[in-house]
Ligand binder design. Sequence first.
Ligand code: EPZ
Length: 446
Amino acid sequence: MDVFVIEGGRRLAGTIRVNGSKNAALPLMAAALLTDEPLILSDVPNLSDIRNMTRLLGELGVQSDSQKSEHGQTITHQVTDPTQSHARYEIVRTMRASISTLGPLLAKRGSARVSLPGGCAIGQRPVDLHLRGLEALGATITLDGGDIEAVAPTGTGGRLIGAPIFLGGPFGSTVLGTANIMSAATLALGTTIIESAACEPEIVDLANMLISMGAKITGAGSPRIIIEGVEELGGTNHRVMADRIEAGTYMCAAAITGSDLTLENCPLDAMMSAVDTFGHMGIHVDPIGSGNDPMRRSCVISKSGPIKPVQITTQPHPGFPTDLQAQFMALLCLSNGNSVITEKIFPERFLHVAELSRMGAQIHRQGATAVVTGVKELTGAPVMASDLRASAGLVIAALAANGTTIINRVYHIDRGYEHLEDKLAGVGASIRRANAEKFADSAMTL
Ligand code: EPZ
């Protein structure tokens, strides 16, 4: 296993380009199952989650050819064997987004067997809303040995039946649940209404691609999406939207090191909550250049004066994204006051608190709320990555800490950030990847 070795205190300068979005790319890739024609995706980030989805699609009879491109990669997916419809536990357990193959498989092939994804470090991660939605479309769902068995209704030629579906749950909407039901409904008989749909930009990106494949979808990005089923979908060529969470992560890195950093390919139009929160903290995100696509802007991040404390409550989009909670908490550890962070999406998503405290942060967690008391400085220490975004928070804290931080288990980071250490080193950070064994006997490991 690899570690990151980070010497804190460096100012950053220069430009970082934001990649295509992992959370958009995964359901876009799964949508390849909906067509017999080639699906070409460009600006796909080169991440372990993407490689796992490619491997899963391979087991589901989809051939994937990847070409490295100037930014990320272009992947051409083509169904070659529609008889393979079992998403096995061995792959699904490594990546819960595998669940987004369920809807497309069922809609296109009339049946599907997908392993129930387990929980993960941030929570139990149920899929009850996905299953309820597919049942509303006429599917018969049974659980067998940890697998979801889904079968389309009889007498319809294997097609699902459009229906009105309320997809709201105790935590609001479900992003991948909306992706699953919207994708499945594109081939259903009749019209589907998804009420309390997720409004995330990644859902809009998926809808735009499905429409370019021949789907009839209106309302994506709003809580009510209407899908009129069609007989079949064609192929298309789609560029993955930019990653708003990666962009927000690098913005936090710039802010905590007091750097003026330029970011390219920022989906600023999808980041208004985060940019607004930065503003309250005294951190400026200023668009630059003449680019007119608000989803692919260049911008400069700068800070005027100390980081001010704020209150953050994570919400479904357009509220503050839970995937930036850990990164902002790291930043607020050095604010000049008390901040309150409430996690409304994943109430257990605080594994980074103990690790930040090892670096001298003062954080008091009470259930789904954490009070962060700003301190003058953080101190480098060996810490343990636990999940993708918590790990990103630790990197951000380490960039500003005095001394050396060793982050163990950086494979978590490789799931969602392409060459994070190279991008940060490229703008002046002292960060390098090393082999954990090299630190086995050093006092710096756990
Ligand atoms: C997506 O996960 C993202 N992953 C997550 O990003 C993100 O944190 C999450 O949306 C929320 O924004 C991908 O897009 C691949 P949900 P998803 O279904 O769709 C509950 C990252 O770091 N729920 O919107 O799985 C659930 O427990 C990852 O990139 C049910 O109760 O999340 C949670 O509390 C982490 N029943 C809330 O809803 C269900 O059937 C939101 O979950 C489904 C979800």
